[in-house]
Write a protein that binds this ligand. Structure first.
Ligand code: CMP
Length: 160
């Protein structure tokens, strides 16, 4: 069952930025027909990383994860579309780059579990929480793209 228009938080992690993959990653989302509602390059603070990855606080890899995400600039994006959370996760691929299917971003660009090029929200609830952590409302664009009528069929006002 579709969930309607959603937003997902995507981060091009330090490895993706340092390896000059920003353009390729953004292109995957754009070519699919998803919309970028907000985007910025930033350095993640330890406090923000701790909040973002709070669910992993007790995991053995937590310290390394925070060190990595704060180690160099990242690009954060809010990606919007119908069922965007699931669609984005499909494009991103499995967490471990070695296991991610060819054709996915991680499958095509990564060999690591920790250095896995991108982060993407894993549920609608996580997406709402994560978007609010990284963006203020006025940093997000609200105007629907002009090409929506060619990307979705518009039946009874709903996008299908
Ligand atoms: P991400 O989608 O950013 O969400 C949490 C991150 O933790 C995940 O991508 C991986 O980079 C990392 N991660 C998950 N499991 C492990 C693990 N077992 N060891 C190291 N890093 C992990």
């Amino acid at each position: 069952m579709g969930k309607g228009i959603e937003s997902s938080l995507v981060i091009i992690k330090p490895d993706g930025v340092q390896r000059r993959l920003i353009g390729r990653v953004i292109t995957r989302f754009e070519e699919k027909g998803l919309t970028i509602r907000g985007m910025k390059m930033m350095r993640v603070s330890s406090a923000l990383a701790g909040e973002h990855y709070a669910e992993h606080k007790k995991k053995p890899f937590f310290k390394g994860l925070v060190e990595f995400i704060t180690s160099a600039p990242v690009v954060v994006m809010v990606i919007q579309g119908v069922d965007a959370v699931a669609v984005v996760r499909g494009l991103v691929g499995a967490t471990n780059g070695r296991e991610a299917a060819p054709g996915t971003i991680r499958g095509d660009h990564g060999m690591s579990l920790c250095f896995n090029v991108v982060h993407a929200s894993d549920s609608s609830a996580s997406a709402r929480r994560e978007v609010a952590l990284y963006f203020t409302r006025n940093e997000l664009v609200g105007v629907p793209p002009a090409d929506y009528s060619y990307i979705y069929e518009n039946r009874d006002g709903s996008l299908v």
